[in-house]
Design a binder for this molecule. Structure first.
Ligand code: SAM
Length: 253
């Protein structure tokens, strides 16, 4: 049964979201969607990302109306209101290679790869994670997903060798969330990436990443970075926890 989802206060568009969280249908949706729709953050936020599904372990961080998507499908650890604008921004970039450092269940990875393929053709896609792939990425691999997966801690030489093996068009750093670890991963990637994205740049639960992001913003001209840090208006505001997640991208060439 399909549901009609209005896109918030503006009501600029109404899209249908199927209750069916079938993985193949989700990939198919991205493969077949109109490119103009895929450039539209509202379509991404309200149609595509819900079908990709959201992390179940942090369900309480999501506004109530989107908690229904937690634990479904590929389970991205992301806020749709931020990820949608990040992807729309990437749609205008030439990206033929993508490395995600820290992938968890794979929701962001599968979505990013399939999304970028629509705008750039084939993508050399790779994951580095200290844990082996879960069932979602196994399924993706067996069903047309073309990517490499290195099981490694980013402190290990084999991780550095992989990062430094080529120039990546886009690297997403979303692994060690301490300031030292995130900065180390940034130093490892910075000569080998055209764009580096960071996740959790305003997350008050991960102050280490926020500190790295602050350090970078202090030295980079504003033209060299973009951030996608919008918060849901109905997100529970408390003195301890008022901002969550956030994506930041720096341009290195
Ligand atoms: C927050 S999750 C990644 C979420 C994913 N990028 C997404 O958006 O859905 C963090 C991941 O980083 C991995 N990780 C944490 N520290 C790491 C390290 N030092 N080296 C490699 N992987 C690490 C964890 O195993 C976990 O899968």
């Amino acid at each position: 049964m399909d549901k009609l989802i209005s896109t918030g206060e503006t009501n600029r568009a109404i899209f249908t979201v199927s209750d069916d969280f079938d993985r193949a249908a989700t990939i198919d949706l991205i493969k077949r969607a109109d490119l103009d729709d895929l450039r539209n953050p509202l379509f991404l936020e309200h149609v595509v990302i819900p079908k990709i599904g959201l992390d179940r372990f942090i369900a309480e961080h999501y506004p109530e109306n989107i908690r229904q998507y937690c634990g479904k499908n590929f389970m991205a650890c992301q806020m749709p209101i931020q990820l949608s604008k990040y992807l729309a921004y990437l749609s205008s970039k030439k990206i033929n290679s993508y490395l995600e450092i820290g992938v968890a269940m794979g929701g962001t990875f599968v979505l990013t790869v399939e999304y970028l393929k629509r705008f750039n053709g084939e993508i050399d896609a790779m994951v580095i994670d200290m844990n082996p792939p879960g069932e979602h990425l196994d399924w993706y691999s067996e069903n047309g997903g073309n990517f490499r997966y290195l099981v490694a801690n980013t402190t290990e030489p084999k991780a550095a060798n992989t990062v430094m093996s080529r120039k990546w068009d886009l690297v997403l750093i979303d692994a060690d969330h301490t300031e030292e670890g995130c900065w180390r991963d940034y130093l490892m990637a910075k000569e080998f990436a055209r764009l580096i994205a960071f996740h959790d740049v305003v997350n008050e639960l991960t102050p280490g990443v926020a500190a790295v992001w602050k350090r970078l913003k202090e030295v980079l001209p504003t033209s060299r970075y973009r951030e996608f840090i919008e918060q849901y208006p109905d997100f529970t505001k408390t003195a301890e926890f008022s901002k969550t997640m956030g994506l930041g991208v720096i341009s290195l060439s």
